[in-house]
Ligand binder design. Structure first.
Ligand code: SF4
Length: 328
């Protein structure tokens, strides 16, 4: 492992985090050597190695086989996945009732840790809003495997697309992006045009741009975690549980996926307190008055005193403000 010391003599934060993750996962004793790349000394062994291998990121990992072959990694999770883990499919039984009983006394990060331990990479985090990035932050801090997907509807704000890259780079994660099926989207657009939702409601467009891709995103998974909170919508989210079976998405064996909602009891204020305290990157649209962010044509900045989801599909007075991803 090549660790960096910054030009001012302080240790590199990402290197320390990677070391902690390796220790937490019990892999630290499999690191043969730690080599220091001292930014203040270009002749330090690590700086020379970085120059030789043309690497600008720290930490990085080099595997040398006895026959001289080399493999290199600049992401700790990829290094763990490809070199250290032998069984990624942690498939233990998960009892929803027992889990809910236990989760009631745990913090969100502990709920997530339990879920990560149970499902490993077969647990997917759905990345979209501020709450979801809080979960990514917590999951990264837990140092246990997880995967992240994102639904690109094709109608997101340009800020959101830039923000997706920010999150991917900040956490060094693979962000799997799912887009609408052309077989469904093209005939729909041909028949109804780009903005039919203003006339006949959002459910058909959301069905094609979000719900169908979600089904593909969850294929091969055993569980997914969302940033849903009860107080986002008392009518549709008031009865949510910490974990539940998602009957709308089935595994290969025909049994439903497990859906976990670690932030269930949090308020928007708690989410933002966490974001600020932990310096979690957030969508810059929040600074422009947006509270709940979806597709560009269907989201406007919130008005004073308005509920956070009132600015979604605002022209559909009295309807359920859900895109269908979480409706049973
Ligand atoms: S939020 Fe609007 S643009 Fe996005 S999928 Fe739904 S209806 Fe279509």
């Amino acid at each position: 492992m090549i660790k960096k010391i910054l030009i001012d003599g302080s240790p590199c934060g990402k290197c320390a985090q990677a070391e902690e993750i390796l220790k937490k996962r019990g892999f630290w004793d499999r690191i043969d050597r730690v080599v220091i790349a001292d930014e203040a000394d270009i002749n330090s062994e690590g700086m020379k190695l970085a120059a030789e291998k043309n690497v600008e990121l720290a930490p990085f990992f080099i595997i040398r086989e006895d026959n001289g072959d080399e493999r290199m990694y600049t992401r700790v999770f990829e290094f763990i996945k490809k070199e250290l883990e032998t069984d990624l499919s942690v498939n233990r039984s998960f009892d929803i009732s027992l889990a809910n009983e236990k989760f009631a006394s745990l913090s969100p990060i502990e709920i997530l840790s339990e879920t990560q331990s149970a499902f490993g990479e077969k647990l997917s985090l759905a990345f979209s809003g501020a709450e979801d990035v809080v979960l990514i932050d917590m999951a990264s801090k837990n140092g246990l495997p997880f995967s992240v997907f994102c639904l690109d509807t094709g109608r997101l704000h340009s800020h959101t697309y830039a923000y997706m890259d920010t999150v991917k780079n900040h956490y060094g994660i693979n962000l799997e992006i799912f887009t609408p099926s052309p077989d469904l989207l093209e005939p729909f657009l041909k028949e109804k045009g780009m903005n039919s939702f203003y006339q006949d409601g959002h459910s058909e467009c959301c069905g094609i741009r979000k719900v169908e891709p979600l089904g593909r995103a969850l294929k091969g998974r055993e569980a997914w975690a969302t940033g849903l909170r009860r107080d986002q919508s008392p009518s549709t989210r008031g009865n949510l549980m910490y974990s539940e079976y998602d009957e709308g998405h089935l595994k290969k064996d025909g049994l439903p996926l497990v859906k976990v909602n670690p932030l269930l009891d949090w308020s928007s204020q708690q989410v933002w307190d966490y974001i600020r305290k932990n310096e979690v990157p957030y969508n810059p649209l929040h600074d422009e008055g947006y509270r709940s962010i979806g597709c560009e044509p269907c989201t406007r900045p919130s008005r004073p005193g308005e509920h956070e989801r009132a600015a979604r599909w605002w022209w559909e007075d009295g309807t359920i403000r859900e895109c269908g991803l979480h409706l049973k």
